[in-house]
Design a protein around this ligand. Structure first.
Ligand SMILES: C[S@@+](CC[C@H](N)C(=O)[O-])C[C@H]1O[C@@H](n2cnc3c(N)ncnc32)[C@H](O)[C@@H]1O
Length: 276
C-alpha cells in the first residue's frame, strides 16, 4: 500500500475501532504529552487549542463540593485543577499509557485524584453518582456509537447534572488537516459521516476519528436525555501563535476549530432545589 492510501475516509467495524483506539493512545501517549503537555499544564483546565480555560469560561458551574467525572482524561490535568477548586474529581481513560502520565503528573504537582482505566461506553459507576461530567477532546470523537456514549454519561449523572465536552468543530471536517493555506479550501462534504482513518500497510486501521454534524450531535444529546444549555465556539485570541495539528492562527481567525457543548441532564427544572 502506498502512502496515499495510508489516510482515508471509510467505514470501520467496531472491533477494529476499539483495537486501533486503545493501541493508538497507548503508543502515542509519550509523543502527545511531549508535544502538548506544556500547553496543557500539570494542574490546569484548558478546553481547546484556542486556549480557553475553565477558570475564565466557567462552563461547569459551581465546583466546590461537586462530584466530577473527567472522561478520556489523558494526563488528567483538568481533574487536578478541579480538585484545587474544591471539587471531588475522578478521572478515567481507556489508555494505560495516558494514565501513566496522569500518575507522573500527580507526583510532580502533588495534586492527586482517583484514576481508573475505563471505556467511556461502559463507565464503572452507579446511576446518578456524579454532579458534573466533562472532557476536553477525550473519548467522544473516538467511538463509533457516540449516541451510546451520551446515554452512558447521562446514566451516571444526577438529574440536573452538567455534561460539558469539547470536540473538533464539525465544520473543520470539510477541510484537509492542514494548518496552512492548504487547510482553507473545502474538499470534503460536511455530510460525509465516514470516519477519518489512518491505516497500516495491510489496510488495518491504526487511528480512527469520527465526524458528526452539529445536528447529529444535538440529536444524540437530546435523545440521551440532555438539554443543550450553550454551544461555545472559542475564537482565536489575539497574540496566540501556537500551532496544534490543524489548529493555527491563520485558520483560527477565519472559522472555528472547536465546539464546546454545554448540556444538562433533564429531569431537574431550574429553580427547584438540587440534591447535594
Ligand atoms: C485527544 S486526547 C485528550 C486527552 C485530554 N482530555 C487532554 O485534554 O489532553 C483523547 C483521549 O481520549 C481517550 N479515549 C479515547 N477513546 C476512549 C474511550 N472509548 N473511553 C475513554 N477514553 C478514551 C484517549 O485514550 C486519550 O487519552
Amino acid at each position: 500500500m502506498d502512502d496515499d492510501n495510508r489516510v482515508t475516509r471509510r467505514r470501520v467495524g467496531d472491533a477494529e475501532i476499539r483495537r486501533a483506539n486503545r493501541r493508538w493512545w497507548d503508543t502515542d501517549a509519550n509523543a502527545y504529552q511531549a508535544e502538548h503537555g506544556a500547553f496543557l499544564g500539570d494542574v490546569d483546565f484548558v478546553w481547546c487549542p484556542e486556549g480557553l480555560r475553565e477558570a475564565d469560561a466557567r462552563l461547569l458551574g459551581e465546583l466546590a463540593g461537586r462530584r466530577v467525572l473527567e472522561v478520556g482524561c489523558g494526563a488528567a490535568s483538568c481533574a487536578r485543577w478541579l480538585a484545587t477548586q474544591g471539587a471531588h474529581p475522578v478521572a478515567v481513560d481507556l489508555s494505560a499509557g495516558m494514565l501513566r502520565h496522569a500518575a507522573h503528573a500527580a507526583d510532580r504537582s502533588g495534586v492527586r485524584v482517583p484514576l481508573a482505566q475505563a471505556d467511556a461506553l461502559a463507565l464503572p459507576f452507579a446511576d446518578g453518582s456524579f454532579d458534573i461530567a466533562c472532557t476536553a477532546f477525550g473519548a467522544v470523537p473516538f467511538v463509533d456509537d457516540s449516541a451510546a456514549l451520551m446515554r452512558e454519561v447521562c446514566r451516571i449523572l444526577r438529574p440536573g447534572g452538567r455534561w460539558v465536552f469539547s470536540v473538533t468543530h464539525p465544520m473543520r471536517w470539510i477541510f484537509l488537516d492542514d494548518p496552512g493555506e492548504g487547510g482553507l479550501t473545502a474538499v470534503h462534504s460536511y455530510f460525509d459521516r465516514q470516519p477519518y482513518v489512518e491505516q497500516d500497510e495491510t489496510g488495518v486501521a491504526t487511528y480512527v476519528e469520527q465526524h458528526r454534524t452539529l445536528g447529529d450531535r444535538i440529536r444524540e444529546l437530546v435523545g440521551a436525555g440532555f438539554r443543550l444549555v450553550d454551544l461555545v465556539e472559542p475564537e482565536w485570541p489575539e497574540g496566540h501563535d501556537g500551532i496544534w495539528g490543524q489548529w493555527s492562527p491563520l485558520r483560527g481567525r477565519l472559522f472555528p476549530g472547536t465546539a464546546v457543548f454545554v448540556t444538562e441532564k433533564r429531569g431537574q427544572e431550574r429553580g427547584a432545589p438540587r440534591p447535594r
